[in-house]
Structures are given as structure tokens and as C-alpha cells.
Design a protein around this ligand. Structure first.
Ligand code: G6P
Length: 613
């Protein structure tokens, strides 16, 4: 949600900033802008994508080796050129980029207006830069001190970078509840919302903590202090990320690349954690708290969006295999509904980005109430990874497509490992079944690869047949119900076709009224346990002339003849089915969206990392 990048050093800043913005564009693409300091402050900003900004500055000489950049997901003020960042102080001396929301901006604005400040935009960010100006002006303060004092007056979330025209020897960054990473190069520094713009320049990074301010000097050491003026010692991390993983690698879209990477990313998530031959499943992050988790009265899963769907699969897995009661909560609801959290509860927070504001707030609440919080996160070093008591990374690598795919299967893989580990510890499943699940689990990466190879043409064909439908219904039972929800979410996110996921049997309590000859109904039918029941649900759809697309197990002879189209997936044990059955749904949405001319990597109005509530 808004991407920030900044540079100070000996090199030309503009190419570094624009490259960085391209990498961060998944965070928002309503407008983009840069400010470059070269004696004078030059600001260029444009509504639209980073490419629109590049068109504006094309042919201009943008020289200067200090600058800041921003790609915006609009909160305050419509997405236009004026509201685009960077924003400027009234005296045109200070410029600032911001990710987050200043909640008390109206009060601050009114006070500043009384002092004579005039505002040109509708944004909360402009208020912040005027506040810094005002504080700096009153006592003739250095910029970092003016920023620090200003931030003591601010309520809300922010990651900011500030540039003072009259103090060109430094950049100042600060964060609270929105991420900010410092990159330390040779005689140069970077600041960015995540490590992706930094990785091609240096592997040394410092993740800022909440309410910390970093001063990046042109020459000399990085300095960090808190907004209450306590000096902090920077902790330098070494990044473990390959640059190729940030490129499309020959694919038209990141989403397609990420769908196709899943056999690899599932294997990466399992590596060192599962050994079927020796009969064990281990999660390093769990070791220290294994007994507490295994003996928890309840597991409460908090997450948003796709991560919430993987949480729902975890509920089926953990209750089925490990017999621990599980509740799955939307983080945004959990935090505001006065939930009951006891010390013997364990809260599991699931997040691809590790930055989702609601999930972060839910974790804080759980910690306050004394629960142990376990994080399941993709982005290494992210806020959720650092805030939780323990946790596991899913190791899916950078996910750039806004619609989550490989992170979903990574989360489900991790949660399956967890369920199996807990089941073993608690002795809740027969040894032979446990072993059978381990054997099958190890085969999943290969089965995902086979499924992608075998079904890709068929899925593209089906996409062509249903791409013009205005609505779609996704049905599944048991383990495949959350898969139906995720399939429907993928379709609506990227193709803008209205889609609903439903438990197959619930269909007759409402959605059945919508079914006619124009309604594609995608049914995931691979459950052995409720096979006949799903077959009946399909008959109910067919009786109303719905167009049935069935995801079936290879060799299925009963459901396949009833359906208009079938997509076969390899056979597996039922608890492992979601890892296979979701893949064709991702691919179907992808092809439909491409055929409808949609930008699947950057769907309208969405952002990948939602750092506002
Ligand atoms: C946004 C993204 C989704 C994601 C959700 C939760 O809505 O577009 O793809 O599932 O946030 O994000 P998280 O990073 O916490 O998994």
C-alpha cells in the first residue's frame, strides 16, 4: 500500500528511483512521483502507473544524486497529479513521501491554517510536511529534529522519507506501522518499503522498528533514534534474495510465473521440514513452543484475504488430524469485537506480506491478552515476522502479482506440516495413516508440475468458453470449500467478474436462485468422503441449466459425464487435495482475465500490501 524508495550517494538518483518504483508498483499504482535534489528541488509526479511518470520525464535531464520516489494507493484525496507524492512544504524547502494514514490530519491542518499555511492538495501527507516545516521554522531546527518533533504530534501510521533542500547532505526516514528498510551500500544509502528495490545494489539492510527515525548521511554512519530521542544501534541483516525472482522470467505476467513456480515453491516450503522415509515432520520455529501449541485449548487463526482462506483450510486440517479446536477470524473483525482470548490459546497469524495492518493489530491484541502468537509469513524481516513470538517462513520467494497464488499454496503447505506435526505429537491419527500422508505429501510438488503441464491447454480453452459470463459460482465441500472461496476471489480480483464461493450443499439456500443457462458453476469434486453428495449438487445445477465446470480426480467416470467441462487433477489423500485443486482455479482466472484485457498483475483498486485499516 504505497511504495517508497529513496537514494543518497554518488550515483545518479533517478534511474535507481524509477527502477525501485517499478519493483514496488505492486503496492499501489494510482500515481507515481520523484523528487531529485541538485541545488534546486525538482519534483515530477503523474497520475497512473510508473510508466506514465516515465513518459512525462522522458527526454528531461534529471541529474542529482539524492532523491525520493513514491508509487501511490490513494487513501486521502483522489488519484490525480496534484495529490500524487512527493509533497512539498509551503516554503518549497522540504519534500516528503509517505505510506500510511495520518489520522489526526484534520486537527493538525486546522492549526496550521491558523498559522497561515495554505494547502494545495487533499492529502494528509501535505499536512505532515507543513507540520515539519512549521516546527523547523520556529526554532531553526535541523531537519531530523523537526521530523522527530512533528512525529510526536502525529496519530496514525507512517513510513516517510524527507528531503530538505537546504540540507542536501542527508535523507531522513521514519516509520510507525508501515514498513521501511534501510539499505547500506558502499558510500551510499537506500530507503524502501521493502527490500526489492535495494537487492540489486546491496545485501546489507536494516529493518526500522516502529517509531524509529533514520538519518542517512551522504558521508558517514547511519544513525537511528526513536521519536523519544533515544539512540539505537542499527542491526544489520544480510538479504537472502535472488534478483531473478523479481523478474518476469519470460512470462507475460508475474501471476502466470508465480502459478507455474508452485511445484518449486511448495518443495521449498517442505525442504528440511519433511522426511517421509524417516517418518518425521519438523518446523524449527515451533520447537521451542511445541508443547504449548500441542496442548493449547484453542488455536485462533487471524488473517485477511487469501491468507484467511488458507487459515480456513488449516481449520479443517488441524481439527481433522490433530483434534485441536480451531477458530478462523478475519483480523479486522477480531480486533474490534472484544474477542475472548485466554492464556492457553495460541494465535496463528497468516500473512504473505507480513505487513497487513489489521493482522498486525490483531497480533498486538492477542499479545496483550497473554496468548502465544505464531506467525506464518512469506516476506522475511517483515513486521509480522518480527512481532510474533515464534513462526515459520513459507519460503515462496517474492510474490509480485497482486492476486496471491504461490503464497497461498505455501501457506497451505506450511499449515499441513503443522497439522501433521501436531497430530503426531498428540497421537490423534493412526501411525499408518500418518505415514501414508507423509508419503503422499512428498509427491505433491511433482503432482502440481504434472497437473500444470497436462491441463494448461484445456483450462485456456474453458476460459475462452466462459470469459463473457457476468457472474460465476464456485462450489466445494469439506477441504474444497475454502478452495471454492479462493477460486471465486481470484476470479473477481483480476477479471472483475462477480463470483461467489459457497459450500456446495449451501447452494440450495440461496445461490441456486441465480443459476440459469448463463451461469458458469465451478464445482471442485475431488472429495472422496462426500463424492455422491457432490454428484447430487451437480445434478441440481444441471437441472437449472447451469454450465458445470468440474475439477475431478484423474480417471473419474461418474462426475465427468455430468459436467460440461472437466479439469482433471492427480489423485491424492483428501487433506492434501487443496494444494492441487486450487491450481486450475488460479489458472482459469488468469486466462479469463487476460482474455478480457485486464492487467492481471495490477488489478484496479487493489494493492498487495494493505498497510491501512
Ligand atoms: C490484499 C492482497 C491479497 C492478500 C491480502 C492479505 O488484499 O491483495 O492478495 O491476500 O491483502 O495480505 P497478507 O499479505 O496479509 O497475506
Amino acid at each position: 500500500m504505497c511504495g517508497i524508495v529513496a537514494y543518497i550517494g554518488e550515483k545518479e538518483a533517478y534511474p535507481i528511483l524509477i527502477n525501485g518504483l517499478r519493483r514496488l508498483e505492486y503496492r499501489g499504482y494510482d500515481s507515481a512521483g520523484v523528487a531529485i535534489l541538485n541545488g534546486e528541488l525538482n519534483i515530477y509526479k503523474k497520475k497512473g502507473k510508473v510508466l506514465d511518470l516515465e513518459r512525462v520525464v522522458n527526454g528531461m535531464k534529471l541529474e542529482g544524486n539524492i532523491g525520493i520516489g513514491h508509487t501511490r494507493w490513494a487513501t486521502h484525496g483522489k488519484p490525480d497529479d496534484v495529490n500524487a507524492h512527493p509533497h512539498l512544504s509551503g516554503n518549497h524547502r522540504i519534500t516528503l513521501v509517505h505510506n500510511g494514514i495520518i489520522e489526526n490530519y484534520a486537527l493538525l491542518k486546522a492549526a496550521l491554517e491558523k498559522e497561515g499555511h495554505v494547502f494545495e492538495t487533499e492529502t494528509d501527507t501535505e499536512v505532515l510536511v507543513h507540520l515539519i516545516e512549521e516546527i523547523q521554522r520556529q526554532d531553526d531546527l535541523p531537519i531530523e529534529e523537526a521530523v522527530r518533533i512533528a512525529l510526536t504530534k502525529v496519530v496514525g501510521a507512517y513510513a516517510i522519507v524527507v528531503l530538505d533542500r537546504d540540507d542536501p547532505g542527508k535523507l531522513v526516514g521514519a516509520r510507525k506501522a508501515s514498513p521501511l528498510v534501510v539499505g547500506i551500500g558502499e558510500g551510499e544509502y537506500f530507503l524502501a518499503s521493502d527490500a526489492t528495490p535495494i537487492i540489486e545494489h546491496t545485501k546489507k539492510v536494516v529493518y526500522l522498528n516502529d517509531e524509529e527515525i533514520a538519518v542517512l548521511p551522504r558521508q558517514g554512519e547511519l544513525q537511528i533514534k526513536t521519536i523519544s530521542n533515544e539512540v539505537q544501534t542499527p542491526f544489520i541483516h544480510e538479504l537472502d534474495m535472488e534478483i531473478e525472482r523479481l523478474e518476469k522470467g519470460g512470462y507475460d505476467y508475474f501471476m502466470l510465473k508465480e502459478i507455474n513456480e508452485q511445484s518449486q515453491t511448495i518443495a521449498d516450503c517442505m525442504r528440511g521440514r519433511l522426511n517421509a522415509a524417516e517418518g518425521w515432520v519438523r518446523l524449527g520455529g515451533m520447537e521451542q513452543y511445541a508443547n504449548r501449541i500441542a496442548q493449547a485449548d484453542r488455536l485462533i487463526i487471524v488473517a485477511c484475504g487469501t491468507s484467511w482462506h488458507s487459515g480456513l483450510i488449516a481449520e479443517y486440517l488441524i481439527e481433522d488430524l490433530a483434534r485441536i479446536p480451531v477458530e478462523v477470524e478475519y483480523a479486522s473483525e477480531f480486533r474490534y469485537r472484544n474477542p475472548i482470548i485466554r492464556e492457553n490459546d495460541v494465535v496463528i497469524a497468516i500473512s504473505q506480506s507480513g505487513e497487513t495492518a489489521d493482522t498486525l493489530a490483531a497480533i498486538e491484541l492477542a499479545k496483550e491478552k497473554g496468548a502465544l502468537v505464531y506467525g506464518i509469513v512469506n516476506v522475511v524481516g517483515s513486521s509480522i515476522a518480527r512481532l510474533t513470538d515464534a513462526g515459520s517462513y513459507i519460503h515462496a520467494g517474492p510474490e509480485i502479482g497482486v492476486a496471491s497464488t504461490k503464497a497461498f499454496t505455501g501457506q497451505v503447505t506450511l499449515l499441513t506440516l503443522m497439522a501433521l506435526n501436531l497430530a503426531y505429537r498428540r497421537g490423534t491419527i493412526a501411525k499408518s495413516y500418518y505415514q501414508q500422508l507423509l508419503n503422499e505429501f512428498e509427491k505433491i510438488p511433482q503432482k502440481v508440475a504434472d497437473l500444470l503441464t497436462r491441463s494448461k491447454d484445456k483450462i485456456e480453452y474453458i476460459a475462452g468458453e466462459v470469459k463473457d459470463a457476468p457472474n460465476a459460482l464456485y462450489l466445494g465441500r469439506g477441504y474444497n470449500f475454502p478452495v471454492a472461496l479462493e477460486g471465486a476471489l481470484k476470479l473477481k480480483e483480476i477479471s472483475y467478474i462477480h463470483a461467489e464461493g459457497y459450500p456446495a450443499a449451501e447452494m440450495k439456500h440461496g445461490p441456486i436462485a441465480l443459476i440459469d443457462e448463463n451461469m458458469p458453476v465451478l464445482v471442485v469434486t475431488t472429495n472422496k468422503s462426500a463424492y455422491e453428495k457432490i454428484a447430487s449438487n451437480i445434478q441440481e445445477v444441471k437441472a437449472r441449466k447451469g454450465i458445470v465446470i468440474a475439477v475431478v480426480t484423474e480417471g473419474d467416470e461418474i462426475i465427468a459425464p455430468m459436467a460440461d467441462y472437466t479439469i482433471e487433477i492427480p489423485d491424492t489423500e483428501e487433506p492434501l487435495t487443496p494444494l492441487l485443486s486450487v491450481v486450475p482455479l488460479q489458472l482459469l482466472s488468469y486466462h479469463i482475465a487476460v482474455m478480457r484485457g485486464c492487467n492481471v498483475d495490477q488489478p484496479r483498486n487493489l494493492a498487495k500490501s494493505v498497510t491501512v485499516e
